[in-house]
Write a protein that binds this ligand. Structure first.
Ligand SMILES: Cc1cc2nc3c(=O)[nH]c(=O)nc-3n(C[C@H](O)[C@H](O)[C@H](O)COP(=O)(O)OP(=O)(O)OC[C@H]3O[C@@H](n4cnc5c(N)ncnc54)[C@H](O)[C@@H]3O)c2cc1C
Length: 376
C-alpha cells in the first residue's frame, strides 16, 4: 500500500478522534455528510487516556440534559458523561471510554492507528499523507489537539524539566520535594496530587492565576482548583511563588538549580515539572493558515483557513479576537458552524443542525461575547 494515491475524493477527512474530532464528526453526520472519515493516530480519546492517572476534569459533569441544558462535558446532543460514567469529575481514562462509546453509538467512520504526517493543498484538493497512503479530500478538519504537542521550551535549561503531560501517575513519581513551573490548571493539579502524597512542592508562576479577578476559566483558575487549593494538606505542603518567572534551570551534582528572574535560586533533586502549556498541533499545519500575533491560526467566521479554503480547525486552539475556545463547553459550540459550512459547500441543506441552537451548540454570532463572556 505504501505511497498509493487514492484518486477517489473523500468529501471530508477529520484528523484526530479526541473530543473535538468525535464531536465535529457527529455534527457532520447530522448535517447529512456521508462520505467522510476520521483518522486517528492511536485510538479514540488517546490524549485523555494519557492524562496522569489522578487528573480529573475540572469542569463538572451533571446530567442536566432532561431540562434542556447540555452536560458541560458533552460533545453531542443527547449525550452526558455524568449519565454514562456516573461521575462528576471524570478521569482522563473514564472520559476516553465515554468518547469511544459516543463514536460507537453514532457509528462514526474512525480509522485508528493512522498517523497523519502531512497535509498539503494541490489545486482544489487536499492531499493527506499518512504513513501508509495518500488520501485526497475536498475538505479537511484539523482536530489533532494540544496534549500530544507540549511546550518544552521557554527558558534556558527547560530540557532538564519534565512536562506534566508525560507523567503517568503523580503518586509513582520518585522524590520528596518538587518544583513546578507554571501555576495554571496543570501546575496546580500536579501540586495538589503531590501534596496529597505528602510531598513538598514549590509552585512558580509568572503571574498569579490563583488570584485573577477574571470570571473566565480560560484566564483564571477554575472553582474546582481554587477549592482544592484550600485543602489543609495543600496549604501545608505547597509554597506558592506568584510573579516569579523562571529564568533558567541548571543540572548540577545531585540535582537541579532553578533560577528565578529576580535572582533567587532554588534546588531540587528531581527534574522540575513543567506545566507551561502546549504548543498545539496546529503548528504542524501552520503553513496552511495565516497566523495571529499570538501564534494561533487566523480563522474565518466558519473556522476555516483564510488562505487554504476547505481546511477547518476544531478544538481548543480556536480563537476569534479575544474569545478563547479552550474548553469543551466552549469549542463544541463551533462544531455545527463547521459542519454547516462544509454541508453548504457540498450542496446539502443540513437542516437538522438548527436543533443545535436550542442546546447552545451553535454559536455563530460572536457579538454576544464580551471580555467576561458567559457563553463562550
Ligand atoms: C490536564 C488537562 C485537564 C483538562 N481538563 C479539562 C476540563 O476539565 N474540561 C475541558 O473542557 N477541557 C479540559 N482540558 C482541555 C481538554 O483536554 C481539551 O479540550 C481536549 O483534549 C481537546 O480535545 P481535542 O480533541 O482537540 O484534542 P485531543 O483530545 O488531544 O485529541 C486529538 C486526537 O488527535 C490525535 N492525533 C494527534 N495528532 C495526530 C496526527 N498527526 N494524526 C492522526 N491523529 C492525530 C490524537 O491521538 C488524539 O486522539 C484539559 C486539558 C488537560 C491537558
Amino acid at each position: 500500500m505504501s505511497g498509493k494515491a487514492y484518486e477517489c475524493s473523500i468529501d471530508v477527512v477529520v484528523i484526530g478522534a479526541g473530543a473535538a474530532g468525535v464531536g465535529v464528526a457527529v455534527a457532520l453526520k447530522h448535517a447529512g455528510v456521508e462520505n467522510f472519515i476520521v483518522l486517528e493516530r492511536s485510538s479514540v480519546g488517546a490524549s485523555f487516556a494519557a492524562w496522569p492517572e489522578e487528573t480529573r476534569f475540572i469542569t463538572p459533569s451533571f446530567a442536566s440534559n432532561s431540562i434542556g441544558m447540555l452536560d458541560l462535558n458533552s460533545i453531542a446532543i443527547g449525550v452526558s458523561p455524568a449519565f454514562s460514567l456516573e461521575v462528576e469529575h471524570p478521569t482522563g481514562k473514564e472520559y476516553a471510554s465515554h468518547l469511544r462509546g459516543v463514536a460507537q453509538f453514532f457509528e462514526l467512520p474512525v480509522r485508528e492507528q493512522v498517523d497523519v504526517l502531512r497535509v498539503t493543498k494541490v489545486g482544489d484538493v487536499f492531499r493527506v499523507d499518512t504513513g501508509e497512503e495518500t488520501l485526497r479530500a475536498k475538505h479537511v478538519i484539523w482536530a489533532a489537539g494540544e496534549f500530544q504537542y507540549p511546550r518544552l521550551r521557554g527558558f534556558s535549561g527547560s530540557e532538564f524539566c519534565r512536562h506534566t503531560a508525560s507523567v503517568a501517575s503523580y503518586q509513582d513519581l520518585p522524590g520528596e520535594e518538587f518544583i513546578i513551573i507554571g501555576g495554571y490548571e496543570s501546575g496546580v493539579d500536579a501540586a495538589y496530587h503531590l501534596a496529597y502524597c505528602d510531598k513538598r512542592v514549590q509552585l512558580f508562576d509568572a503571574g498569579c492565576p490563583w488570584k485573577d479577578e477574571s470570571s473566565d476559566p480560560s484566564i483564571a483558575l477554575s472553582t474546582y482548583s481554587l477549592e482544592r487549593m484550600r485543602e489543609d494538606w495543600f496549604e501545608k505542603q505547597v509554597e506558592l511563588f506568584a510573579h516569579t518567572p523562571v529564568a533558567s534551570v541548571l543540572q548540577v551534582d545531585g540535582g537541579f538549580k532553578v533560577k528565578a528572574i529576580d535572582g533567587r535560586v532554588f534546588g531540587t533533586k528531581v527534574p522540575p515539572l513543567l506545566a507551561g502549556g502546549f504548543d498545539g498541533s496546529h503548528k504542524l499545519v501552520a503553513d496552511l493558515f495565516e497566523q495571529r500575533e499570538d501564534g494561533f491560526p487566523v480563522l474565518s467566521e466558519h473556522d476555516e483557513s483564510t488562505v487554504a479554503s476547505g481546511l477547518f480547525l476544531c478544538g481548543p486552539a480556536v480563537r476569534h479576537e479575544n474569545h478563547v475556545f479552550c474548553f469543551i463547553y466552549k469549542y463544541r459550540q463551533r462544531f455545527a458552524v463547521v459542519a454547516k459550512a462544509i454541508a453548504t459547500s457540498l450542496g446539502l441543506p443540513a437542516a437538522e443542525l438548527e436543533t443545535y441552537r436550542r442546546w447552545g451548540m451553535y454559536l455563530d454570532d460572536l457579538s454576544c461575547c464580551g471580555e467576561e463572556c458567559a457563553t463562550c
